[in-house]
Every structure is written in structure tokens, then in C-alpha cells.
Design a protein around this ligand. Structure first.
Ligand SMILES: *[C@@H]1O[C@H](CO)[C@@H](O)[C@H](O)[C@H]1NC(C)=O
Length: 277
């Protein structure tokens, strides 16, 4: 089983936030599938905004059974404020991360994403149509929760996917939970020009389950697309179906020529209610 889709083409790093494009033109470009407009990003910028919005959405939804991935950007526009940053309004479609047999689930999302100049952690407002009724989503999450509690000793896990790129079906719930926690980290680290994929869950430091929660402390390797850097992040999350996700993390930053080393930390609790899920 493939843990992730092949990544889309790399955005062009370094360019400024483009000036506002007329929505009609962007829609036209999107309809024509124009990945590279002659005068610069919009498509790359819209993709970037969609990825940031989706990481944020997945984290906030706190539901491993309803994880989404980007299907396609359908249109949008960007406004620039040279002193502050770049604000993107967009519409995109998503797919369920694990569609069930015969299931055709395309959801639609609209979002506003604000990239502060040179800064990660874009501000995001996002709403999506729901794939699953809330009740069914909770049932599926609860099933996953029970399945996870039955796992014998996840501390033995060497890596997911294994060295052949395979994810054992019994470990899929762990991978999904790791994906959920990573979504938060990836949202916080995304900037206008950097975006991250979850490449591998490389070790499990702690795995405690009781009736109230799963307490999961693990290390992932995040892959930054434009620099090709692999960044190890240790993540600690606490999850229970229907409850907000609690996340803390610590990433090892790649050394830059100026600074020998640096680290970043963060933590969050997702809000309980999601009006538009
Ligand atoms: C999100 O919505 C709030 C409330 O409407 C607004 O104040 C904020 O500027 C919005 N953020 C973005 C990035 O559009």
C-alpha cells in the first residue's frame, strides 16, 4: 500500500507573492489545467494555500477515519500587501485518505489563507463539506480506537512504512494517528515556499492506552519538498474519539550556514466542535 501520493510539481521558491489576479482568469487557468502560467505562480501559490488549509483542517477535525488529501485546486485569487504578506482565497476539492471500496467521495472546501512574509504557520479559515455524518465518523473513530487498544506492543515498531514501502494493515491505524499529529506540525511549519510531507514514522517512544485516551509519543521524518530536507520531529499526542487532539512537538532543524543549530517547538489543542465538518 502506498503511504502517500506522488508529490505534485515543486513550487518555485523565492518569488514574491504575486499581485492579485482576476478570479475569472484564475478559474480559466484552473480549468485548462495550466500548471505553469507564463507570468508566475498563482497555481503554485494556490496549491500551497490548499495544502496549508488541509493540514489545519485535518488537525482540527481530530478524526483519523476522516483524513483528507488534496484532490485539486479549483480556483482562487491572491492579494498582496508588501509589508505584511499574501492573502489567498481559494476553493479546492479533497478526497478521503482511505476511500472504501466503491466509495466515491470528493469533498469541497473553501479557505482563506494568510502567509506572513517569510514566516511559517499561515493563518487559516477553512470550511469543507462533510464526507461522513458526524455519528458515523465517531463510530468509525471509535472502532479505530478499539483496534488500536488491541495492538500488542507498538513500541517494537521499527518504521512505518517498512523498508519496502509497505504498511502492514494492522499498523494502518497507528500510521493514521501519526498522520493526524503530523498535520498540526506540518501546518505550523508551512510557509509560502516550504511544504512538508510525512515520509515515515521512524520510532515509537511511548504507547499508552486506557479507557480515556491513547497517549502516543513518536518520531516522524518530514520531507520538505523544495529543499529536499528530511526533518525528524518528535511528536507527543493524546487522542480520544470526538475529543480535541492534543499535540506537542519538537523538530530538529537542519543546520544553516549562519546558525549551527536550531529547534522549534509547539503545542496545541484542537477545538472540540467543528461546525462544518
Ligand atoms: C478568518 O476569519 C476571521 C473572522 O471572520 C477574520 O478575522 C480573519 O481575518 C480570517 N483570517 C483569514 C486568514 O482570512
Amino acid at each position: 500500500m502506498q503511504p502517500r501520493r506522488p508529490p505534485p510539481p515543486a513550487p518555485r521558491p523565492g518569488g514574491p507573492c504575486p499581485a492579485a489576479w482576476p478570479l475569472a482568469l484564475l478559474l480559466l487557468l484552473a480549468l485548462q489545467g495550466a500548471a505553469a502560467a507564463p507570468t508566475g505562480p498563482p497555481h503554485g501559490l494556490l496549491q500551497q494555500a490548499a495544502r496549508a488549509a488541509l493540514h489545519f483542517f485535518n488537525f482540527r477535525a481530530a478524526s483519523p477515519s476522516a483524513l483528507r488529501v488534496l484532490a485539486a485546486v479549483q480556483g482562487g485569487r491572491a492579494r498582496i500587501n508588501p509589508k505584511k504578506g499574501c492573502e489567498v482565497d481559494l476553493v479546492f476539492s479533497t478526497e478521503r485518505y482511505h476511500p472504501e471500496e466503491g466509495e466515491e467521495h470528493l469533498g469541497k472546501c473553501s479557505a482563506q489563507v494568510f502567509f506572513k512574509n517569510q514566516k511559517p504557520r499561515p493563518a487559516v479559515n477553512v470550511t469543507c463539506t462533510r464526507f461522513l455524518e458526524k455519528k458515523r465518523r465517531l463510530q468509525e473513530d471509535y472502532l479505530l480506537f478499539k483496534q488500536m487498544k488491541r495492538l500488542k506492543n507498538p513500541l517494537d515498531i521499527v518504521s512505518i512504512p517498512d523498508s519496502h514501502g509497505h504498511i502492514d494493515p494492522s499498523l494502518r491505524p497507528i500510521w493514521d494517528l501519526a498522520f493526524l499529529g503530523s498535520s498540526y506540525v506540518m501546518w505550523e511549519k508551512t510557509s509560502q515556499f516550504l511544504h512538508y510531507y510525512l515520509a515515515q514514522l521512524s520510532s515509537v517512544k511511548q504507547w499508552k492506552t486506557d479507557d480515556d485516551a491513547i497517549d502516543f509519543d513518536y518520531t516522524v521524518l518530514l520531507h520538505e519538498f523544495s529543499t529536499q530536507e528530511i526533518i525528524p520531529c518528535r511528536i507527543h499526542l493524546v487522542w480520544y474519539p470526538g475529543k480535541p487532539l492534543k499535540v506537542k512537538y519538537h523538530c530538529q532543524e537542519p543546520p544553516t550556514p549562519e546558525e549551527a543549530s536550531g529547534t522549534e517547538e509547539g503545542s496545541a489543542v484542537a477545538p472540540t466542535e467543528l461546525s462544518n465538518f
